[in-house]
Design a protein around this ligand. Structure first.
Ligand code: 2M8
Length: 428
């Protein structure tokens, strides 16, 4: 068996081991036993190569947690499992469309419409593909529009992120400004994560104090952003979240178009969004997009991979993408690519979770974005570096930026799913 064959076999085994009853795929065995939003989107792409019907079930499961507003929750809890914290008791009275659904009360980067588009194209039978798209199209549209309808602030079409967990890059140094304010929840809370993996690889106590403070704040305002926006310390335009939302709107639009249905977001609104993204988030000095803190009315001066996601979003042209990437790589000397934070950025920690380590999903997003822009050599180099890291170290949750050593959970679903995609659908 060639090395790619054995890596494929290994990755497939990880997905199968994390498959919960053929309904959803947990991100990993003990650390994350429920269904996570953007994990399942990436995972569905992996399944689409192995067992297309299983990919459909992954998406169905995620969509069954959708709220009346269209929000797709960041966690869809499995009510049989109680060893993850915070549990659903922290998210009371969630307005899910289906009775009996137990979810969190915030969302995550909206990769799902793009995953449904990509997985759909992996179905060779056009009728089967269109029938699937027809079945999920309205729910995807609602998930996209939820952010435009409920999660913007006056004067800008950009989406407001209300919790570090929504960013997917939880303890990114970008959020240190809010952690430093010292907010704490009114009730005690427990942590399970540090009993499973080393505390040195996880967010710190002050990070969790902020997370739980915001959970209480959001839940106590009935999950209505406009009600808590004046009092929350955390309201940001996240460069990653907004780029992914834009791409989701475009891909949900492609699905609608294939079905002969009306646009999901109008071309004028998409153009206005592109303009706002560039005007608000571009930083000429860093040659990167930065996040924006609505409370201070300023950009957050912290460079991370989030600033490269405009490449995936299709919000920059090839020339700008090439320059952004070149700069980021040049600042990341002595690191495996791409460190989530470049080593010259204050707050960089090579082995601590989202503060420096290399993550397969963010690499995948940038590589696919480069591919779409025609920067094939860059895309291929990044894809190969990513696959090699997994080949050498295993399907870890993430990888030490300096040594490449795997960290977090060692049987990680999105790592497996996206390596399968990169091997089975190599960069064009
Ligand atoms: C991590 O986040 C969860 C909270 O959502 C956690 O730390 O418990 C993040 O890496 C997030 O991006 C990811 O979706 C989740 C599951 O893999 O784990």
């Amino acid at each position: 068996m060639g090395t790619s064959d054995s890596l494929l076999t290994q990755a497939e085994a990880v997905l199968r081991a994390n498959d919960v009853g053929g309904h959803y795929t947990r991100p990993s065995g003990r650390l994350y036993p429920h269904q996570w939003n953007w994990d399942s989107a990436f995972i569905a792409i992996g399944w689409a190569h192995l067992d297309w019907d299983r990919a459909v079930r992954e998406v169905d499961a995620l969509l069954s947690g959708q709220w009346t507003s269209g929000l797709l929750p960041h966690i869809r809890y499995n009510p049989q499992i109680h060893d993850y914290a915070p549990g659903p008791e922290w998210w009371p009275a969630v307005p899910a469309r289906s009775a009996g659904e137990v979810t969190s009360g915030i969302s995550q980067p909206l990769v799902l419409p793009t995953a449904v588009y990509v997985a759909g194209l992996l179905q060779p039978d056009r009728e089967v593909r269109l029938a699937w798209w027809a079945r999920v199209c309205d729910q995807l549209r609602d998930a996209v529009r939820y952010f435009a309808d409920y999660r913007t602030a006056p004067g800008s079409p950009l989406i407001v992120l209300v919790h570090p967990w929504e960013s997917g890059l939880d303890n990114s140094p970008r959020w240190d400004f809010a952690v430093r304010q010292g907010h704490r929840p009114s009730r005690p809370y427990r942590r399970v994560d540090t009993t499973i993996v080393a505390a040195a690889e996880r967010p710190q106590p002050p990070d969790y104090d902020l997370y739980m403070y915001l959970v209480e704040l959001i839940a106590s305002h009935g999950y209505d952003m406009r009600a808590y926006l004046p009092v929350t310390p955390f309201a940001v335009y996240d460069a990653l979240f907004n780029a992914i939302w834009y791409r989701a709107a475009v891909d949900a639009g492609r699905i609608a178009e294939a079905l002969g249905r009306p646009a999901v977001v109008s071309p004028e609104a998409l153009a206005g969004f592109r303009r706002a993204y560039r005007e608000t988030l571009w930083n000429e000095q860093q040659h990167l997009f930065l996040d924006y803190d609505l409370k201070s009315g300023r950009q957050i001066p912290v460079a991370t991979t989030a600033g490269l996601m405009a490449v995936y979003g299709g919000l920059v042209d090839a020339e700008q993408a090439g320059t952004m990437l070149g700069r980021y790589v040049a600042r990341s000397r002595n690191c495996h690519l791409l460190p989530s934070t470049p080593p010259d950025q204050e707050g960089f920690e090579p082995a601590r979770y989202h503060r420096g380590p290399v993550w397969v999903p963010t690499n995948w997003l940038v590589a696919r974005g480069l591919e779409d822009l025609g920067l094939r050599a860059d895309a291929r180099a990044l894809a190969e570096a990513t696959v090699d890291l997994v080949r050498v170290h295993g399907c870890y949750e993430y990888f030490d930026a300096h040594t490449g050593k795997g960290a977090g959970d060692g049987q990680f679903s999105w790592t497996a799913a996206l390596v399968i995609d990169l091997l089975r659908r190599p960069i064009a």
